[in-house]
Design a protein around this ligand. Structure first.
Ligand code: 5RP
Length: 223
């Protein structure tokens, strides 16, 4: 199976985790696009399949609305049953690196609203130690150079992602060379650096379940 087919597989499988008539939290990315498409299909035969969605990006909002899903502002929602999103890397404890699509801040906000994070990913995303994928960090523009310098002593080499402004008007710094062996501590530390809006380690909001697309079908990892 191609990577695209594996994404379709897990995107469809995620629908089983969405309670009928609920409001669902929706992440961002090519795998989530497959979930949104599956949701759109389900709505054709069952218009009450979901009551609406809370979206983590302009991109996902547009796709959801084009398929007839009502998108509710996160500010109006106090809790969600599930949040469905992809990952750039996930370890065997459910900690993730996210932000390849630059939507990490809103993703973390919507994930925090949800009881369960259902991660959908193809098997190439499963790793022993987080850090091979360049870690995205959303930063206030005037802090970018300072944040890059601060990664130096940790062995990280940061670079501002060219041509990208986030939905929140900030920059993304991508950091290579890290080995994130203690994701929760790392996330808490870096989040405190001045000018850091969000670090792309999701340990506080780690996955509850990962639906992993493999050549043998969907493998379910519980954390
Ligand atoms: C966007 C993300 C995505 O979930 C992550 O980049 C995975 O994307 P894809 O499903 O396209 O591989 O964190 O900010």
């Amino acid at each position: 199976m191609t990577q695209d087919e594996l994404k379709t597989l897990v995107g469809r499988a995620a629908l089983d985790y969405v309670p009928a008539g609920s409001i669902v939290g929706v992440g961002t990315g090519s795998t989530v696009d497959k979930f949104i498409d599956a949701l759109g299909e389900a709505l054709k035969s069952d218009p009450q399949r979901v009551a609406g969605a809370v979206s983590s990006s302009v991109r996902s909002t547009q796709r959801l609305e084009s398929l007839g899903v009502k998108v509710l502002p996160a500010e109006t929602v106090t809790g969600l049953g599930v949040y469905i999103d992809g990952a750039d890397e996930i370890n065997h404890a459910g900690d993730m690196i996210k932000g390849g699509g630059a939507a990490l801040t809103r993703e973390k906000i919507v994930a925090e609203l949800a009881e369960r994070f259902i991660c959908i990913a193809d098997e190439s995303k499963l790793v022993k130690v987080l850090g091979k994928f360049p870690l995205p960090v959303e930063v206030i523009p005037m802090a970018a150079a300072q944040v890059i310098r601060a990664f130096g002593p940790l062995g990280g080499v940061g670079k501002v992602r060219e041509g990208v402004t986030t939905d929140n008007g900030n920059l993304i710094v991508d950091v290579t060379g890290l080995q994130i062996t203690e994701p929760a501590r790392f996330e808490a530390d870096v989040n405190q650096w001045p000018g850091v809006v969000t670090v792309g380690v999701f340990a506080r909001n780690k996955a509850s379940v990962c639906l992993l697309g493999t050549a043998d079908g969907v493998k379910t990892l519980q954390f």
